[in-house]
Design a protein around this ligand. Structure first.
Ligand SMILES: C[S@@+](CC[C@H](N)C(=O)[O-])C[C@H]1O[C@@H](n2cnc3c(N)ncnc32)[C@H](O)[C@@H]1O
Length: 216
């Protein structure tokens, strides 16, 4: 059985094999990104806990939400913010750049958490990371929850929706960024804005629209 690498080893791998690049449609943010030479399958072979490396890519929902937060700073400025399912940390970094007082970036993937810490340093912002599944718990002690592209599986979408219900009931504002995936609870969402930016796997010329919604 393969042995899980330490956080230090993961950080070294990311620094060495995942070049830092500006994000299309959010060029003020730079992230460690997957390249052809990153060796994702080698990493998966070396660590049984490697999982789906969502953190190595940008996603339509996160692109729209990050753009929205940077263009409408009042949404997060001076507020306590949770980025649920942070992946690369794109949305959390945007919130910190937009003047959020505190930003917590939560994910269930320990590689994502290390990547977020490195990406926060690259962008010179302070973010608290949390390796946890918060969806089964109570509303967190924050003012705003940001959710980028977390409705991609049916069961996960149900859990996230129930968690966001608890957040709204506790007075927390919730913004969702999404390219309108199949499990998005449209009946709970009010469209706020749309941004061109494409999605995971699309080329640099893809200007497909991604949406930002208020959940309520
Ligand atoms: C499609 S990616 C989106 C990443 C980022 N929000 C963005 O838009 O670029 C989904 C992320 O959610 C994380 N995730 C999945 N289930 C989760 C849960 N229950 N709690 C926290 N994060 C979760 C995954 O590990 C992954 O990093």
């Amino acid at each position: 059985m393969s042995e899980s690498p330490s956080e230090h080893d993961i950080a070294q791998l990311i620094r060495a094999r995942f070049p830092v690049e500006p994000v299309r449609s959010v060029p003020e943010i730079r992230l460690h990104r997957a390249a052809r030479t990153s060796g994702l399958s080698r990493m998966a072979e070396a660590d049984a806990g490697f999982g789906n490396p969502y953190w190595t890519h940008v996603w339509g929902g996160g692109l729209a939400l990050a753009r929205h937060v940077l263009d409408h700073r009042e949404v997060v400025a001076d507020k306590r913010v949770l980025d649920l399912g942070t992946g690369s940390g794109l949305v959390a970094i945007a919130a910190a750049m937009a003047g959020a007082r505190d930003v917590i970036a939560a994910d269930v993937d320990r590689y994502a958490i290390v990547a977020v810490e490195l990406n926060a340093a690259v962008n010179d912002v302070r973010i608290e990371t949390l390796l946890a599944d918060l969806t089964a718990g109570p509303a967190p002690d924050v003012d705003v929850v940001l959710v980028g592209d977390l409705f991609y599986e049916a069961e996960l979408a149900l859990r996230v929706t129930a968690f966001l219900d608890r957040c709204v009931a506790a007075g927390v504002s919730v913004l969702v960024g999404d390219p309108r995936r199949a499990f998005l609870p449209m009946e709970r969402l009010e469209l706020v804005a749309e941004y061109p930016g494409g999605d995971f796997g699309s080329g640099p010329d893809d200007v497909a629209m991604n949406a930002v919604f208020v959940f309520g």
